[in-house]
Write a protein that binds this ligand. Structure first.
Ligand SMILES: *Cc1c(COP(=O)(O)O)cnc(C)c1O
Length: 464
């Protein structure tokens, strides 16, 4: 499969090329030149497959120029063996035609494990094959960091540096990152917010001269195509379980960087009959304003009970915009460059297409806690604040109660105890493998909010 850049002026790459990088050299993001189309008959033949077997079917066409079938199968099987639920992504019914897709049964209790367990193993395979060593650099609003460390730390060919916003992640999130052992693991707490971390990472990728000659940076953020690709699987898995392709389904997705819902959009482009795709945001609502009012303007950052969605600019949205601009990289480049300083809108025709594709909502902290309390009282189910936003948005946006609504539960409630106690519910316990988390020793370095502070740290730390 060939991958092209959204900015239109970088050469096409194969899967290995996009795996081992971050942004394309022209500043764009890689997307497949063409998506595989799955017929209804083929989907039908997938019904009843176990999660890893379905994943193998869906991922194979995207990676087959880089990795052969038996190796890919091993990587996928090992990745999902790390999950503590036999069905990997269980669906539970909340009420009539309302389903929760539990994506938090992986090692770090958030949906990020789905992709990062696989990404870590894919990297390990390719780096060993090439006898190559790389530096992984990523920014996290909380959950990517621990999932990336957990997925990549066993690889002998990587040094990992993860930036998180100092004092802006939950205690459990910080502990999960900073207690990971290993000489190749480095946590940096940046005195800024998540967007500052994301900017530093972007800048470091665009000028890698601070690294030794034989090293390069690899991204573990969702700008890395491999993460998006792996997330397509659970959309098919849930939809097939509820009657697709004969029956349509809808999804509501708690959204920050737009990686998760973009995978749902791709599933739809590949042929999965999805009715509504609901972008659920917290108070940081640029995507909701764009979808509902054609207003793409950057507001001030709010810190909420759902920190993994406290994001001003969603980097993966560019991948969707590329399609909205009919894959015209030059036009998109122009839009993206202007969007830094201006509030922007798209043409009436384009906005109509946006609204036909997505619904959206913004849910604040008070509504989030009320929803958590309400669901707990009615059905004894405990939702984390991110997942609660997905449920609330689904209820506000649902246009057809006869279609199953699948709401993605993106994190385990124990990860975000503050919102749960605020909702008047006793804090849930961490699962057994994390019970001693607060007793483990932490290692991290606080650095000032600047590119040079980070690149100096990396070049001083790197074994040469
Ligand atoms: C990362 C994350 C999100 C947002 O996902 P995106 O792909 O960034 O839109 C939502 N909920 C949780 C718990 C997360 O960790």
């Amino acid at each position: 499969m060939k991958y092209v850049s959204t900015r239109g002026s970088a050469p096409a790459q194969n899967f290995e090329g996009v795996l081992l990088t971050g942004l394309a050299p022209d500043g764009g993001l890689y997307v497949p030149a063409e998506l595989p189309q799955i017929s209804a008959a083929e989907m039908e033949s997938w019904r009843g497959l176990k999660y890893p077997d379905l994943a193998l079917k869906i991922i194979t066409p995207f990676v087959s120029d880089t990795i052969e079938g038996a190796e890919l199968k091993r990587i996928i099987d090992e990745s999902y063996a790390e999950f503590d639920h036999p069905s990997v992504a269980p669906l539970t019914m909340l009420s009539t035609n309302e389903w929760v897709l539990e994506l938090y049964h992986g090692p770090t209790l958030a949906f990020k494990d789905f992709a990062l367990q696989v990404l870590g193993r894919l990297l390990d395979y390719v780096l060993k094959k090439n006898d190559q060593r790389v530096v992984i650099l990523g920014a996290t609003s909380g959950d990517t960091g621990s999932a990336a460390l957990e997925g990549c730390r066993h690889s002998e060919n990587v040094d990992i540096f993860i930036l998180h916003p100092h004092n802006r992640v939950s205690d459990v999130q910080r502990k999960q990152m900073t207690t990971v052992p290993g000489d190749n693991v480095h946590n940096l707490a940046v005195e800024g917010n998540f967007d500052d971390c994301q900017k530093i990472v972007k800048a470091a990728f665009s000028d890698q001269s601070f690294l030794a000659n034989d090293r390069q940076l690899v991204a573990v953020n969702s700008i890395n195509w491999a993460r998006i690709m792996v997330q397509i699987v659970y959309y098919f898995y849930a939809a097939l379980a509820l009657g697709a392709p004969a029956r349509k389904v809808s999804f509501s997705v708690p959204t920050g960087n737009f990686g998760d819902i973009y995978a749902g959009y791709l599933a739809k482009q590949m042929g999965l009959p999805i009715d509504q795709l609901i972008v659920a945001t917290n108070k940081n609502d640029i995507l909701h304003r764009f979808i509902s009012a054609n207003d793409y303007s950057i507001a001030d950052l709010s810190h909420t009970f759902s920190p993994s969605m406290d994001i001003l600019v969603s980097s993966n949205f560019e991948r969707y915009l590329f399609d909205l601009f009919d894959r015209d990289g030059a036009q998109l480049t122009n839009f993206m460059e202007q969007s830094i300083n201006n509030s922007l809108s798209v043409s009436a025709e384009q906005w109509a297409r946006v609204k036909a594709c997505f619904d959206s909502d913004s849910v604040d902290d008070a509504e989030t806690c009320a929803l958590i309390a309400n669901v707990y009282a009615k059905s004894a189910a405990l939702l984390d604040p991110h997942s609660a936003i997905g449920v609330q948005a689904a209820r506000n946006c649902n246009r057809n109660q006869a279609i199953p609504m699948i709401m993605l539960a993106t994190a385990h409630p124990a990860k975000f105890a503050a919102a749960i106690t605020e909702a008047g519910i006793p804090a849930p316990e961490l699962p057994p493998h994390l019970q001693d988390l607060f007793a483990r020793e932490e290692r991290y370095t606080v650095v000032e909010n600047s590119l040079s502070a980070v690149t100096d740290f990396i070049s001083n730390t790197m074994p040469s």
